[in-house]
Design a protein around this ligand. Structure first.
Ligand code: PHB
Length: 396
């Protein structure tokens, strides 16, 4: 057995997506060292199509920590959103109702900004590693072992370890099942997501309810759009030609009087979704953040926002634990992060169940949903509740 090359740091982070990189960035601003490892290459992460809405607080976090040049210049500030149902189109004005906006700025762009910022700061971020394992996670010196792209074995020894390694988290699987509780909810549908070369069909997003199922009309740029329609979790993407996709999308929004601008489809994928929460988000010297600790259905666009909210608290708590040399303050992380996680779980579940056609739905179910949507948009209390949840409840 060869001796691995050893690096010592304060915080070892598994996962170099937005959660891991933002944590490393926030820790550095507090003078805390970290090393980030990810099995994916930078290019692979940059080319994974993910969601595109940033809550007001997420943008504030990017701005407050010096990584907002592009989001403020190239992102699209949305003051509201559309809900289409029952043959009508309704606008919800976030600014008027909640005094906040969201930004349309894809997760991959947030990743690029953070990766550039970390690189410019000379941070230790290692993409494209293989065979990552974590060790001694209940001790005061846990470690990460991996092999780099050149075949050299490494060990990163740290005081604290963070699993920011996504919904299939290897780190989470290292926690004995008896020491953790997992809460799960499966949904009987998925989203068929497309990217297309077309102009925008509306100035803001459209959440569309119809008897044919849900559709979401989102955007990317002036010439590239992102759209989704509810489908079966086992739907075969190859069974869908461009024509068939467009006629299904047009039929769903057409029932509410909308029409989409069409264009060539450049990417298509079925996104299965489920809700998942792990409690607590700490095991010994290891903490979980982002999708590794919780996933939400995409309907409320909460995934990335929750991950950023997690690491904001986590950076503060890790800094305190290191300064005071006191592990007990780490318990604060779970309590504070889970408060937001469960509010987001509820919001995402509520949006999902209000807008999607359940399997075997009858006319009663569909009319009841339209009744619920009308109650929300016609009541100031109802639409304010929606606007506050969608723009994200501001953190203290
Ligand atoms: C997206 O643009 O990818 C998007 C927007 C809003 C959502 C989900 C996804 O709720």
């Amino acid at each position: 057995m060869t001796t691995p090359r050893t690096t010592t740091t304060q915080v070892g982070i598994v996962g170099g997506g937005p959660a891991g990189l933002m944590l490393s960035h926030l820790l550095a601003r507090r003078g805390v060292d970290s090393v980030v490892v990810d099995h994916r290459s930078r290019l692979e992460i940059e080319h994974t199509v993910r969601a595109g809405i940033l809550e007001a607080d997420s943008v504030r976090l990017l701005a407050d920590t010096g990584v907002s040049d592009r989001v403020l210049r190239e992102g699209d500030q949305h003051h509201g959103t559309y809900f289409a149902f029952g043959g009508e189109l309704h606008h919800i004005d976030f600014q008027e109702l909640a005094g906040a906006s969201v930004w349309l700025y894809p997760q991959t762009e947030v990743f690029i900004d953070l990766a550039n910022a970390r690189e410019a700061a000379g941070a230790d971020v290692r993409f494209g590693v293989s065979g990552t394992t974590v060790h001694d996670i209940t001790s005061r010196q846990p470690s990460i072992r991996f092999t780099d792209a050149d075949g050299t074995e490494h060990e990163v020894r740290c005081r604290y370890l963070v699993g920011a390694d996504g919904s299939h988290s290897m780190c989470r699987h290292e926690i004995p099942a008896t020491d953790i509780r997992q809460y799960r909810k499966e949904y009987p549908f998925a989203w068929f997501g497309i990217l297309c070369q077309a102009p925008k069909s509306a100035p803001e997003l459209i959440y569309n309810h119809s008897e044919r199922g849900f559709a979401l009309i989102s955007q990317r740029t002036d010439t590239m759009q992102r759209m989704y329609f509810q489908c079966d979790p086992d739907e075969d993407v190859d069974a869908w030609s461009d024509d068939r996709i467009w006629s299904e999308l047009q039929a769903r929004v057409g029932l509410n009087g909308c029409e989409l601008k069409e264009g060539p489809i450049t990417d298509r994928a079925v996104l299965r979704f489920r809700s998942n929460v792990v409690e607590p988000m700490r095991y010994g010297s290891m903490l979980l953040a982002g999708d590794a600790a919780h996933t939400v259905p995409p309907t409320g666009a909460k995934g990335l926002n929750l991950a950023l909210a997690d690491v904001r608290v986590l950076a503060e708590v890790l800094d305190q634990a290191l300064t005071k040399n006191d592990d007990d303050v780490l318990d604060d992380y779970s309590h504070r992060a889970l408060d937001r996680v469960w509010r987001s779980q509820h919001f995402s579940y509520w949006m999902t169940s209000m807008l999607h056609r359940p399997p075997n739905a009858d006319d009663f179910d569909l009319r009841r949903q339209v009744g619920e949507l009308r109650s929300v948009v016609r009541s100031t209390a109802g639409s304010t509740f929606l606007a506050e949840g969608y723009t994200g409840w501001p953190s203290a």
